[in-house]
Design a protein around this ligand. Structure first.
Ligand code: NAD
Length: 260
């Protein structure tokens, strides 16, 4: 059903975005891959996808801290592959530190990458979806879009912000065949959380595996991390026709974290 559609996935050189790219490519979706990868490596990645899945795939390394770079990125993507049918705002970074000493540059980067970039990509992608009267926008938020945690002021502010943005765009597009949702994952096994694990290992003088277990079980009742592919499969469902009435939702996928 999705064969031949075009998906743009920010931050798809790693973790959740890369796993999602494999899931969608497996359905014949053409891809705009993106992330902070050496352009030569990125082009190789896109070529690998093209050959493996017999799709069109391109790579772009636009820095999401730069609104002009984002605009040029979306223009290029639409010029080369056509209307963006599926937009997945996934790229994100993390920095943990108490608010009193949180560095301003980290605050600015997290708000730019985890929140403002989604505003820019949505604004540039919506007109094409509106012409086609079909679109899927999926924002990767976090449980931290629904609840707070100490030392994550910028991350929680950005993720709560993206939950709000999701609701507004869903309302605006409700009669246009476009659904807009946020997924709110708990712990997912990706490089994003490596520093948090190594910080715990150093602080508690324990092995990395034990530190990982301690990190997960501190707040999440299900004691294991999700695999990135699980998020990709959920995204695939949200792109399906069966999910056409799910819009404006912030969907936890969090091992019961926010059930408490
Ligand atoms: P990851 O570190 O594996 O991937 C992050 C991606 O973002 C990479 O492709 C990277 O190149 C890209 N990126 C980072 N800074 C960028 C910039 N300035 N410009 C362009 N691209 C940039 O992380 P992940 O865990 O796969 O995270 C994906 C999303 O999932 C993020 O929004 C994250 O907040 C969210 N999330 C992750 C978890 C988790 O436990 N891993 C939990 C909840 C939500």
């Amino acid at each position: 059903m999705l064969k031949g559609k075009v998906a743009l996935i920010t931050g798809s050189t790693s973790g959740i975005g890369l796993a999602t790219a494999h899931v969608l490519a497996g359905e014949g979706v053409n891809l705009i891959l993106h992330g902070l990868l050496d352009p030569e490596e990125g082009d190789k990645l896109a070529q690998h996808f093209s050959v493996q899945y017999k799709i069109n795939a391109i790579f772009d390394d636009a820095d999401l801290r730069n609104p002009l770079a984002i605009q040029q990125f979306i223009d290029r993507a639409q010029f080369e592959l056509g209307t963006i049918d599926i937009l997945i705002n996934n790229a994100g970074i993390q920095h943990t530190e108490q608010t009193a000493s949180f560095p301003l540059n980290k605050w600015n980067d997290i708000i730019a990458i985890n929140l403002s970039a989604a505003f820019h990509t949505i604004q540039k992608s919506l007109p094409g979806m509106q012409v086609n009267q079909w679109g899927r926008i999926i924002n990767i938020a976090s449980v931290h879009g629904l609840v707070g945690s100490k030392n994550k002021s910028a991350y929680c502010a950005a993720k709560h912000g993206i939950v709000g943005l999701t609701k507004v765009v869903a309302l605006e597009c409700a009669e246009q065949g476009i659904t807009v949702n946020a997924i709110c994952p708990g712990w997912v096994d990706t490089p994003l959380i490596n520093k948090q694990i190594s910080d715990i290992a150093a602080r508690d003088n324990v092995e990395l595996a034990q530190a990982k277990y301690n990190l997960v079980t501190a707040k999440q009742p299900q004691p294991e991390m999700m695999e990135p592919k699980q998020i990709g499969e959920f995204i695939l469902f949200l792109c399906s026709d069966s999910a056409r009435s799910i819009t404006g939702a912030s969907l936890p996928m969090d091992g019961a974290w926010t059930a408490q």
